[in-house]
Every structure is written in C-alpha cells, then in structure tokens.
Design a protein around this ligand. Structure first.
Ligand code: HEC
Ligand code: HEC
Ligand code: HEC
Ligand code: HEC
Ligand code: HEC
Length: 491
C-alpha cells in the first residue's frame, strides 16, 4: 500500500537539492513525532527541547518541503525537458495515467499535501501552547528571566501562567506578544537587554483583562488583620509584634472605604508621573459623583521634570507591582526565617549578624555563598561555648538559610540588589500621592492621617495579641487568650 509513496519520493529526488529536501522533511517528521511522544510522556520539561521540537523541526520540515520543487525546477532547466517529458521519465505509466479521481500521482500529491498541512498546523498549535508555559518563559533565556522565574515560583500566583498576566486574551494580544517575543529572543541572544529589566512594564495588559478575570474589584470589603513579628538586634533577638487592621474595602454602597476605593466601579483615579516612571507623581485627579474632576498637583516638581507618556488610570498594578515577582525586604526575610525556625535565636545576636552578612553587594552568587559562610563562621568561632556541638548544627542551618535568602532575592548578574524592586502596596507606594506636597488649588493635600489606611492595633509590643487585652488582664494564662480568639500570625 505504501509503494506509491516510496515511488513518489524516489521520483522527486531528481538531484542533490531534491534529495536533500526529501531527507530533511522525512527526518524532521520522524524526530518531531519522537520528541513529541517524549514530551507527552513528561520526559522533557527543558525549554531547549521544546524549542527544538516545536520551532526547529517544523522549520527544517518547511525548508525541506520548499527544496523539493526548487530541485525539480533546477533539474527541468538543466535538462531542457518539459514537465510532461520529465514526469514520464521519472514515473511509470500507471502513475500518470488519467483516472476518474485524478491520476495516481495526483492523488499521492494530494495525500502528501493534506498530511503536510495537518502536520504544520498541529506543530504550530503545539508551539503556541508550549510557548505559553511558565517553564518556557522562565527558563528559555536563562540569566535574563531567572530573577522573575525564581520569585514567581514562590508567589501566590505560582500556578498562574506568565502569559495570563503579561499577554492577556485575544488574537491581537497573542500576535503582539509573539512579535515582541521574537525581538526579545534577539536581544537576549546578543545580550542587548538592560540590567535590571526596566520597570514599569508599559506593555503589560490593562489589569481589567488580566487580574480582574480572577479578582473582582467589587469583592473587596472590610479589613485585613495582619500581625507581623520582627526581632530586635539584642543578644537574644527578642521578638516584637505589630498588628494592623488594613482597610481594603472598595467603599461600595456606603462602606467605609480602604485601599480598593481607587479601583471600584464608581471611582476613577488618574495621574501623570515624571517620565512615566510612576515614581514621582506630577498630577492626580479623581472623578467625583457629579462627574467633575478634583485635581491635586505635586508642588515639589522641578521645571525640568516632565511626563513623557499620557495620563494613566490607576489600576491594580499601581499598587500590586510586586504581586508575583516578590523580592523580599532583607529584614523581613530574616524575620520570617527566624519565625519559621530556620534560623535559631539560640545563636547570640543572630538577627544582628544576619543583617550584617546579608547587607552587602557580593559580586556573584558564588561569592555570596563563600562570604556569608566566612562572615558567620568567623564571628561565631569563639562564641559558642555552651553546647558547642548542638550550636554548630544550628549555625550550619542558619548559614544555609541565609545563603538561600540572598540568592533568591539578590541577583548580581542582573544588577538586582536589596530594594531594587520595591512594592508599592505599602508606605513607599501610597505616599507617592498621600503626602503633604500633593495639594489641590486651595493648598489642601490628599488625606494621609495614620488611621485612614489602617488602624495600628499594636506596635512593636511584646505579645502578639496584646491588642486583645484589657488593661490589667495581661497576667492571665496564654491558653486563655488563645481560646478566646484564634488568630494566625501572618507575613
Ligand atoms: C499574577 C500576574 C503575573 C504573573 C503570573 C507573571 N507576572 Fe511578570 N509581572 C507582573 C507585574 C504586575 C509586573 C510589574 C510591572 C511593573 O512594575 O510595571 C511584572 C514584571 C515582570 C518583569 C519585569 C521585571 C520585574 O521583575 O518587574 C518580567 C521580566 C516578568 N514580569 C516576567 C515574568 C515571567 C517570566 C513570568 C512567568 C514565569 C511572569 N512574569 C509571571 C505580573 C505577573
Ligand atoms: C488566574 C487567576 C489569577 C490572576 C490572573 C491573578 N490572580 Fe491574584 N491571586 C489568584 C489566587 C488564586 C490567589 C490566592 C493565592 C493563595 O492564597 O495562595 C491570588 C492572590 C493575590 C493576592 C494576595 C496575595 C497575598 O499575599 O495574600 C494579590 C495582592 C493578588 N492576587 C493580586 C493580583 C494582581 C495584581 C493580578 C494582576 C497582575 C492578579 N492577582 C492576577 C489568582 C489570580
Ligand atoms: C491603591 C492601592 C491598591 C490598588 C489600586 C489595588 N490594591 Fe489590592 N491591596 C492593596 C493593599 C494596601 C492591600 C493589603 C496589603 C497587605 O495585606 O499587605 C491589598 C490587598 C489585596 C488582596 C488581598 C485581599 C485579602 O482579602 O486579603 C488582593 C487579592 C488584592 N489586593 C488584589 C487587587 C486587585 C486585583 C486590584 C485591581 C483590581 C487591586 N488589588 C488594586 C492596595 C491596592
Ligand atoms: C496615584 C495616586 C494615589 C496613590 C498611589 C494612592 N492613592 Fe489613595 N487616594 C488618591 C486620591 C486622589 C484619593 C482621593 C482623595 C480625596 O478624597 O480627595 C485617594 C483616597 C484614598 C482613600 C480614601 C477613600 C475615601 O474613603 O475617601 C484611601 C483609604 C486610600 N486612598 C488609600 C491608599 C493606599 C492604602 C494606598 C497605597 C497602597 C494609596 N491610597 C495609594 C490617590 C492615590
Ligand atoms: C495612604 C495609606 C497609609 C497611610 C496614610 C499610613 N499608612 Fe501605615 N501602612 C499602609 C499600608 C498599605 C501598610 C501595609 C504595608 C505592608 O503590608 O507591608 C502600612 C503599614 C504600616 C505599619 C507596619 C509596618 C510593618 O513593616 O509591618 C506601621 C507601623 C504603620 N503603617 C504606621 C503608620 C503610621 C504611624 C502612619 C501615620 C504617619 C501611617 N502608617 C500612615 C498605608 C498607610
């Protein structure tokens, strides 16, 4: 049954070009199928195998396919024969004899063409799907995306695909992102990218098409109770607790509003910033119920500081710029590790030492590994007098943990250090607008009193639930307090 196909392949292999075409197409189909089976079985998750399977093989296949008619034309020219003469020289009579559904040769070509179209379509769809995988985006260009990939994997959105936030839905978004992707591959290949990758990312899709597919602005209400622990720099790294009731209400139907007031359906806040960097605000205005705008201007703007883009409508990303690529604050990362038991308070002055060894710009991750170990071992060499063996293990654990914190959050090869990327969902971000010098035409600033965004229920207190105590009740047993109200300590 396969005989006519072999005969056909032999027939079109008229010269070296034609033969190369046949070899390339056949080899790429076989390799594609082989790799595809391995992929489906989950053998490869590496970006390069994906690139080879879905990009290189189909490309080779298409080139091979083109070579066949080119070879045929060349052969025809060199022999001076007509197509008809050539056909009867290369194929036997049965193949080219006219028949009801077209000659056998015609039918063979038809079958091959259908097969090719199906194969290329499947490969293209598989390629698009593959390029949407987080592994591809995160690892295809190695160093460039590594910081984002590392932070992504530990974030609340570790199961959300990169493209769901960066590309959005629709053919238009898909097309633009693929074109952009090709440009980025080129930049990555020739190391023409900026370090660090500049933010804000202006081509990010509007939050309405990304974040708001999963989070509804109308669904934010009430407050969020947050208790954080931090450790002092004394010898026993004493814990202190801060509890805030963060107001996150969107302020619908007369609720007392909080942070999500800006993005609720009823409100709109617009702003311009210096060079469109979203860092230093020039002008803010918001739509009032009577459809007029109320405007505030920054009176600290210098004459040469100009906006370069247009007006931006404030959305999720103006506060949650670090929703996924969360580079931790150094001190908070240490505090969390102590809280989680990965760094022991039995090591004297551990909080202070940890800060000292991490607060450096090491030239590479390799250097960081080395110097963090040296810095810790050097300090504790003479200090661990009591139970030295036990403490040695604790020190080893602490060193491993500090190395881990440093390499996850600081990336010297992309010039990302502590505070290079800061979250706007805190004082740094809010105070861009809520401060003394962003004022309306009467000189009145946007509100920024301490109880507007949160109530501080306790600050740096000795007990996590101190705010629940009545005066004088402090001495009751802990058990009693915990059973009264169960609350988790959050970070
Ligand atoms: C939940 C949404 C979301 C997901 C998922 C997501 N990102 Fe992002 N990404 C953002 C936001 C928001 C920014 C910050 C934009 C800004 O500051 O203007 C950003 C910024 C970036 C930047 C610019 C540099 C930086 O660190 O801010 C890169 C590069 C990036 N993302 C790559 C990725 C890659 C690769 C993945 C998948 C492994 C991914 N992103 C997944 C939302 C997301
Ligand atoms: C595909 C759905 C999806 C998309 C798109 C998405 N998120 Fe989320 N997001 C989630 C889920 C699910 C969680 C809860 C994760 C958890 O609790 O572990 C979450 C959690 C969060 C949190 C709370 C994190 C915390 O510490 O509690 C914030 C803030 C957030 N998302 C902001 C955003 C922003 C901003 C965007 C757009 C750039 C976005 N999300 C896009 C699904 C999504
Ligand atoms: C004006 C700043 C601001 C804007 C705009 C904003 N948020 Fe928030 N959001 C906050 C703050 C502040 C918190 C509390 C942060 C914390 O817990 O540390 C928060 C908390 C959240 C949480 C956690 C809520 C919970 O119940 O614990 C999610 C999810 C979230 N935001 C998503 C979004 C999304 C999606 C948008 C856009 C539709 C958005 N936010 C717009 C400031 C903002
Ligand atoms: C781009 C500027 C801008 C940023 C950034 C910003 N705000 Fe606002 N915010 C405003 C403006 C403008 C108003 C309305 C002021 C008025 O009522 O005159 C407002 C109002 C509010 C209100 C009061 C809503 C009410 O009931 O009237 C809260 C609460 C609030 N912001 C919290 C925050 C928090 C928290 C952050 C940071 C996470 C933040 N804002 C960041 C511009 C901003
Ligand atoms: C415009 C809104 C806004 C105003 C005004 C504001 N804060 Fe905050 N504050 C926040 C947000 C948002 C956070 C949460 C940051 C986070 O989760 O990391 C916060 C966090 C805090 C924390 C906890 C810090 C930590 O690291 O745990 C303290 C303490 C605090 N604020 C005190 C104050 C005081 C004192 C004032 C008055 C001078 C004030 N805030 C005014 C928005 C505001």
């Amino acid at each position: 049954m396969l005989m006519p196909y072999f005969a056909f392949l032999r027939g079109v292999s008229v010269n070296r070009i034609g033969r190369t075409g046949v070899v390339l197409t056949t080899a790429s189909v076989i390799s594609f199928l082989f790799f595809e089976i391995l992929h489906t079985m989950g053998v490869f998750i590496n970006a390069y195998f994906g690139l080879i399977t879905y990009l290189a093989f189909p490309l080779v296949f298409a080139v091979g396919l083109l070579l066949i008619p080119i070879g045929w034309r060349k052969y025809q020219k060199s022999t001076g024969k007509t197509a008809k003469e050539l056909l009867s020289a290369k194929f036997n009579k049965k193949d080219i004899a006219a028949a009801p559904g077209g000659s056998r040769l015609f039918r063979t070509i038809l079958v091959f063409t259908i097969m090719n179209v199906v194969l290329l379509s499947v490969a293209s769809l598989r390629m698009l799907h593959f390029m949407d995988q987080a592994e591809f985006c995160g690892t295809a260009c190695h160093t460039v995306m590594n910081p984002e990939w590392v932070t992504y994997q530990k974030s609340p959105h570790a199961r959300v695909l990169c493209v769901e936030c960066h590309v959005g839905q629709g053919i238009d978004a898909l097309f633009k992102s693929k074109l952009n992707g090709i440009r980025q591959m080129y930049l990555a290949a020739f190391r023409l990218y900026n370090t660090p990758i500049p933010t804000p990312v202006h081509q990010l899709r509007p939050a309405r098409e990304t974040c708001e597919r999963c989070h509804w602005p109308e669904k934010f209400y009430g407050g969020r109770l947050v208790t954080t622990v931090s450790y002092k720099t004394d010898s026993s790294s004493t814990p202190v607790y801060t509890t805030l009731n963060l107001k996150i209400d969107a302020g619908l139907s007369g609720h007392k509003a909080g942070a999500h007031w800006h993005i609720s359906k009823a409100h709109r806040v617009e702003y311009t910033s210096v060079e469109d960097r979203r860092e230093k605000i020039i002008l803010v205005r918001f739509l009032q119920p009577d459809s007029s705008y109320r405007e505030y201007r920054n009176n600290h703007i210098l004459s040469d500081e100009k906006e370069s883009g247009g007006t931006r409508t404030l959305d999720c990303i103006d506060c949650h710029n670090r929703a996924t690529h969360i580079y931790k604050d150094m001190e908070k990362a240490i505090d969390f590790a102590v809280y989680a038991g990965r760094i022991s308070r039995e090591l004297p002055f551990i909080k202070q030492r940890a800060m000292a060894v991490l607060n450096n710009r090491y030239a590479s991750h390799q250097a960081a590994f080395e110097y963090i170990r040296k810095g810790m071992e050097g300090y504790y060499k003479q200090k661990l007098v009591e139970k030295p063996e036990e403490k040695k293990n604790l020190l080893e654990e602490a060193i491993n943990c500090l190395q881990d914190i440093y390499t996850k959050n600081v990336h010297p090869d992309m010039k990302i250090y502590w505070k290079t990327f800061q979250s706007y969902a805190g004082h740094h971000g809010c105070f861009r607008c809520h401060n003394d010098h962003v004022v309306d035409n009467t000189g009145k600033p946007i509100r920024h009193d301490c109880t507007m965004c949160h109530s501080v229920l306790s600050q740096e207190s000795g007990h996590p639930y101190e705010y629940l105590f009545k005066k004088g009740e402090r001495e009751q047993s802990l058990q009693d307090y915990y059973s009264r109200e169960f609350l988790n300590v959050e970070f």
